[in-house]
Structure formats: structure tokens, C-alpha cells
Design a protein around this ligand. Sequence first.
Ligand code: BJ8
Length: 425
Amino acid sequence: MSEEDRKMWSELGMDLQAHDQLLEVLANNYREIYMSQGNRPKGTQYLDFVMNGIHGQRVAELLKEKEQGRKIVGSYCVFVPEEIVLAANATLVGLCSGADFAMEEVEKYLPRNTCSLIKSSLGFKLGKVCPFLESADMIVGENTCDGKKKFYETFSELVPNMYVMDLPQVKSEQGKELMRAEFYRFLQSLQDITGYRVDVESLKQGIKTVNEKRKAIHRLQSLRKADPAPISGLDSLLANQIYLYEDPQRFTREVHKLCDELEERIERREGAFPANTPRILITGCPMAVPNWKVPYIVESEGAVIVGEESCVGERGNRNLTRDDGNSLEDLMEAILDRYFQIDCAIFTPNQERTEHILDMAKRYRADGVIHYGLQFCQPYIQESFSAEKALRENDIPALRLETDYSQEDIGQLQTRVEAFLELLD
Ligand code: BJ8
């Protein structure tokens, strides 16, 4: 890290000492988990580059955008429509939520039986170690699971720029009407903070930028159908993670370059792992940076992850937004249609998600599916039972894991994953 980075973090009001410790742990984990992988495609150097500047270069870029008059919007959920944010002359970034931090302090505000993702979101604020959060002009919370809803009430007492978006729980006409009203209210609030009027042209451009980014990640995902898989699940997960805060144009360009290389590898039958390595689909709760624990265990035990049914994965980036409308209303409706299809477990009923899991298991030719549930996450753990049942009925082996962000259960997880992989032989 440079002196300039430190000055920037200090001006953002961050705790430099705590942040140094965090970066050190992150760098060590990255070295151990990522740099130790064999046969990585050269294009993954882009992922290393982004991770290297995760709290440095990217934050400096965002602050520069601010100087030029753009606003920064932080979010914790893929329901926040990036197309509208971009059209309003703002940039959307995912906020830190992937590691335990300041846990003793966190438990003064939140019950112990809160999922790690929510605790982490608060820990990064209390510890003053998330530069994205400290740079944001608006922080969007969304009424999804109960844990998040109540957390945002607490959080709004700690951050002055909290905006809460209400969301439906049922995919009915009334549910869609609620989401429509909320997307228009969001558009208005963005215009209020940016002073910029969204028009047909800017919204079309916003849709185009996000669709291009989605097409790039779709291409990457699709190349993982090959056997041998040309890229590891860990590297693919990382691409999905940085998708949420990286500059969209650079992401699109670099991921396409990586895909060009992967196509050449597929032609040469060169893989990140040998052919016939057991193939795993991961489904369940999102994994934010630097939450790599379960994928690392799975791939260290000799399997390859070929897909993620997750918001940091296909659930988050599935479906493009139609861009053929000629009025603001048409384009807003297209955005609504796209986001209304997200099959988060907060919806009831949520049969689409089970269908997507089955469909992905077949498309990616998975030998088995691992359901990743964060402890105390009611919606996903509850759905893991029906997902497991549907998978078994389709003769697809399934394993349900429940864990958190600590390192304490690594041995136990290894044993369970190892036993599961033996079953697949
Ligand atoms: S659209 S999955 S990003 S809400 S793990 S906080 S559900 S108790 S993250 Fe999510 Fe949006 Fe849905 Fe996706 Fe609650 Fe579960 Fe914690 Fe979770």
C-alpha cells in the first residue's frame, strides 16, 4: 500500500491501524488460497490486479469520480438496479460484508444468532475499515430477510445517508406494483442527490453498460461447462465477486480477454484441473470477498466448482434487461421485469429457485451439488431441505452445509466434503 492510499483512508475517517491488520490477513489469505493454485490462466492476473488494489486503486477511482460530480451508491443486495444508478450519474458499489470484524462490538448491537453476512456489514462500519462505505453518498438497504430489515434500522442510526428500499415477498401483481413504485421512488431519490435528470438516452446507456458486463460474465460461466474446466471455481467466484464493485467497462473488457484465453485452453483440452475431476455446483447464500472458505475446501479436496447458484453468481447476473423501449416508462418496466425474476429465498413460494438449481446442475454437468447456508439464515437454510429433496429425486447427490465466517469448523467441513466427494466416485 502506498502513502497516498494511507492518506486517502485517513481522510475518509478510517481506522488505519485496524485496516492495516485487515489488509494483512486478506493478503495472506489471498496468497495461500489463490496464488497456490496450479495452472491458472494468465488472464487471472487481472483478478490479482483488482484484488491488489481492492481498497486502494478502486477507491481512488471512485473518489476521483466524486470530484468530477458523480455520486457513489453502496449496496448490499443485487435487487438494487444498477441501470438506474448509472443513468442518474452515479456509480454502484457492493459494500464490505465477507469477513468477521469487530465481533465483540457487533454483538452489542445485534443478537448473536444473526448471520455472518449481516454481522460483517456492521463490523466493517464499527471498525471503520470499509472505504467503499465511507465514500458512499447513499447507502441502500433493502427489505429482504428479517435479519437485514432489522439491521438497517440499527444501521441508520450509525450512518447518515441510509436509504431503505422496500421489496415484495410474493411474486404477485401486487408484489410487482410495490417493486415498481419502489424503483420509481429510488429513481427520484437518486435524481435528488445527483441533481441529474434521467432520460431515455441515459437509461438506455445504463442498461447497455450493465448488459455488457452481464454478457461477459455469462460467457465466462458458459465456458465452465467444458471438461476439463478451463478455470477453477475459486477464480470464477472471484470474477463474480469483483463484478459487484469493479469499473464496469474495465471488467467487461478484461473478462472477455480472459474468456478468449479460456476458449483456447478448451481447444487444447487444458484445464485448471484434470479431465474427469468431480464437478460441483454450489448453491445458497452469497459469498462476498473474502469469503472463500468453502470453495477452497472443495477444490483442495480434489473437486472443481463449475457453477454458483448464488447472488454472487448466476442468481445475481442471470437475465439481461430489455433495451428496446422508447420511453422512460418502457425502460423502467424492462428493468422491473428483469429484477422481479430474481429468485431470492425471501420470496414465497420460490419454486423457480429449485428449478434453476436443477437446470444448472444439468447444464454444468455437475456430479453433485453443495448447498451453502450461513448459520441463522432462515430463508436459505429452510430452502435447502426442498432443494435437497428435488436433487435426490433427480438422482443428483446433494450435501447441505451450514457454516459462518469463522475458521473454527474447517476440519469438520473438510471431513464432510471429503466424504461427499467419495460418494461421487
Ligand atoms: S437477493 S440472497 S443479496 S437478500 S445470508 S442477509 S438472506 S440471513 S444475502 Fe441476499 Fe439480496 Fe437475497 Fe441475494 Fe439474510 Fe440469509 Fe443473511 Fe442473506
